[in-house]
Write a protein that binds this ligand. Sequence first.
Ligand code: IVH
Length: 678
Amino acid sequence: MTQIQPEMKRIEELRQLLKQASYAYYVLDAPTMEDTVYDRLYRELQELEIKYPELVTADSPTQRVGERPATHFTSVRHNIPLYSLENAFNVEELQNWEQRWRRQLTPSNPLGDVEYVAELKIDGAALALTYENGVLVRGVTRGDGVMGEDITQNVRTIRSIPLSLNFDGIEKIEVRGETFLPLEVFKQINQERQKAGEQVFANPRNAAAGTLRQLDPRIVARRRLDFFAYTLHISGMDDAGIANTQWEALELLQKMGFRVNLQHKLCHSLAEVGEYYQYWDTERLNLPYMTDGVVVKLNSFKLQEQLGFTQKFPRWAVALKYAAEEAPTRVEKITVNVGRTGALTPLAEMLPVQLAGTTVSRATLHNSDRIAQLDIRIGDTVIVRKAGEIIPEVVRVITELRPSDTQPFVMPTHCPVCGQPVVRESGEAVTRCVNASCAAILKGEIEHWVSRDALDIKGMGEKLVHQLVDKELVHSVADLYDLTTERLCVLERMGQKLAEKLVSAIALSKNKPWSRVLYGLGIRHVGSVNAQLLTEKFTTVELLAAAKQSDIEGVYGIGAEIAQSVYDWFRTPANQTLISRLQVLELQLATTEAPKAVGVNNPNIAGKIFVVTGTLPTLKRDEAKELIQQAGGKVTDSVSKKTDFLVVGADAGSKLEKAQTLGIAQLSEAQLLELLGE
Ligand code: IVH
């Protein structure tokens, strides 16, 4: 042990440094360390932990993302139930609440002024976190308030939740708060889901709750959930004096290392609470997260204790909600859109209305079930809702205002674009056009193929793609590669120069790696992450096409539904023909082997196998790969026992984890350049 004492000390020192830097970044929003420095220290810690696995602790910053997806979540009983809050919708209802608690507390001897804490009500999902002797041991969802699900693995990935507390001497503490998705991240996730042909989340709350219940913690880690703590329950020590009020509790939570929403306010009257509520009614639209109201709490814990709880709610707190922005308008038309996956999506075209600062004239009606459920008809007056960044939706029909001659809406039996019969499989809500040569599907497929995360063909916008399909210049993504400047010049507003640029952009896309090609194929449920995972295991298209469904499902992070979709895709003759054409066209349908070294062989590099991952500080990944190859090294796309070095940049994911598991040496960009003698 004495031999490793200096390493133990260094490990401890590194953990402290990283913890502080992470706290400054994720909790205080005030970074103190440059990313590259953080990365270097993180790697140093990783290397030491690989060398001394017995020194790895659960609260080490390297231990946030678990290795294995869970198969299910266990139900657990909350030590103290998670109550919800009574709602009030205006200041009058708030006054009623005050009168009620005052009457109950001191019917004969009224209390004077009291203090309230007004907090923003964060629109996310409640979480209960248990720390034992300062270390996070459990994270549980609210569930029904009595029983929740143990999602500790996922909770650990949330960077603003400390794995250990900056506070000694507490045997057991439960901290509660709200996890939420910042609006920016919510938008991004929905864009990705749309691209992958998946249903988008209706609002950040659903997205946060859905993310928390993901079985694969790596997906959760990527989603960048955040957390605001709002309450604590201490046991196992004399907690009297630690916090006597909600205000002090919030201060204590901050000291312990939690992120607390800093907009809370100590109010000395309901009038002050009312001002706070008014102020945030408009100001909340400028916040980077969603709030749906204000939570008003009696500040004194003593008063809280005296008041206690009803069956469902604390008597000492109330949620003063903001009305979601809603407005009536009239449905003029119901049109049906056909997407890339062939899904028919009905859209309500409405008289334009102003909502949450924008003009809304269209709202998705999702599918025929939803239309039937709401019984929306052309000519109906409906209430549409839009709050903040949320996609506008029709919430209900004002049937009293329905004209006499309306008919229930029926989903078309034939595709509105190609006229072929549509199908709706039993158990599915979605109606689909299954005609592989439907122009709408083809347009969607090509738009997806040329998009940034797929083959990234610059200059190929939506309009151009539509023209190419309408003029029958392309019938599949493979046809793009047969386009010539002459053929392109027949299109509107297409000059010789632009056409030449496009042809070379298309040709350039042949260098895009196999993972992007797979993503570009637009197989259902195969977004860019899944494509990456699949191509790491199946390094050639032949291997993937021949794989059994169980082999595909065996890939870490790939579930049954995805596996089935991939398996079926490769069994469809039209798709097999497409793959053959792409092979002839020489697209990358295999993980590239390192080309023969062209530079001088560098003895540090020659013959060694490298994998490059993450964002490097100065080099593009492709540039790093090229330098390695020029020096005689080999670069592969996936980490295996044969890998000699993993070159790691920021936001490295699964490859880094795998390299850690296999004990593979890691290099920063600087170390790589040093090896290269650059
Ligand atoms: S206190 C016993 N404070 O709102 C009181 N709740 O409808 C517990 N929420 O499920 C709640 N922000 O998850 C409290 N600042 C805040 C909150 C908050 C959001 C959520 C909470 C609860 C729901 C109640």
